[in-house]
Write a new protein. Structure first.
Length: 255
């Protein structure tokens, strides 16, 4: 297991957002978190990335406990994420947004940067080349100099994922990557995610409501309802599980 969550509980005042959750994600797996709105999925992402400190329980990544580790340090350990609402620097170009993901790889000093010494130039050239390789993987290299605010929604989502990939993660967390996309964009994104997962040796944990996308992408899913686990297994089994159907559509027997 590259990621293990043991007995995770998250409370906000008197509200329990996640209740004694246990699961693990295998290295190289695409693992889906699904469930109705308010089920605790994004809260779980915030715990894994250090934005929230769980009330109880342990998060283990690559055999190391993450409790108390700061979000920026978690990125350096190999976990990157995207957000439900796209968070790009709208005044920057596509390439500049992706270059931000490489900032921790800069190996020149502040003085070398100010005086634009040779090591600064060679490092910047190397990083730009790597950024362009990532953009090519997403099919948007030709948009490198385009202002990110002028992109289509689907391409903005690609840039956000590309920026996360630039941090060189082992575990990539995607929060509703297909939200707002049309079927063609969704299929394109699905193919890209599968491609980068293989080429970059990634493990992917994703939140998604589009069940066709989930069925096509995920090796395994965990279904949450009001912070509790109600199902774990194959996506094809989840959509016919009585508890899952009741969580999404209501309990018809007692309606």
């Amino acid at each position: 297991m590259i990621l293990e969550l043991k007995n995770i509980t998250m409370q906000f005042g008197g509200v329990t957002a996640i209740d004694n959750l246990n699961f693990g994600v295998k290295s190289g797996e695409i693992y889906g978190l699904i469930g109705p709105n308010g089920a605790g999925k994004t809260t779980l992402f915030n715990i894994v990335t250090g934005n929230y400190i769980q009330t109880k329980g342990t998060v283990i990544f690559n055999h190391e406990e993450l409790s108390g580790v700061k979000p920026n340090e978690i990125v350096l350990k190999g976990i990157a994420r995207t957000f439900q609402n796209i968070r790009l620097f709208k005044s920057m170009s596509v390439l500049e947004n992706v270059l931000i993901g490489f900032h921790h790889q800069a190996n020149y000093t502040y003085i070398e940067s100010i005086f634009r010494l040779p090591r600064h130039f060679s490092n910047e050239k190397k990083i730009k080349k790597e950024a362009m390789v990532i953009l090519e993987k997403f099919g948007i290299a030709d948009l490198a100099d385009t202002n990110s605010s002028s992109l289509s929604y689907g391409n903005q989502r690609k840039v956000e994922i590309a920026r996360a990939l630039a941090t060189n993660p082992r575990l990539l967390l995607l929060d509703e990557p297909a939200a707002g996309m049309n079927p063609s964009e969704t299929e394109d994104l699905s193919n890209i995610i599968k491609k980068i997962k293989t080429e970059f040796g990634l493990t992917i944990l994703l939140i998604e409501h589009d069940m066709k996308f989930v069925n096509n992408m995920c090796d395994k899913v965990l279904v949450l309802d009001y912070g509790e686990q109600i199902f774990e297994g194959k996506p094809s089994d989840a959509i016919v599980d009585e508890k899952v159907v009741a969580a999404y559509l209501g309990d018809f027997e007692h309606a």
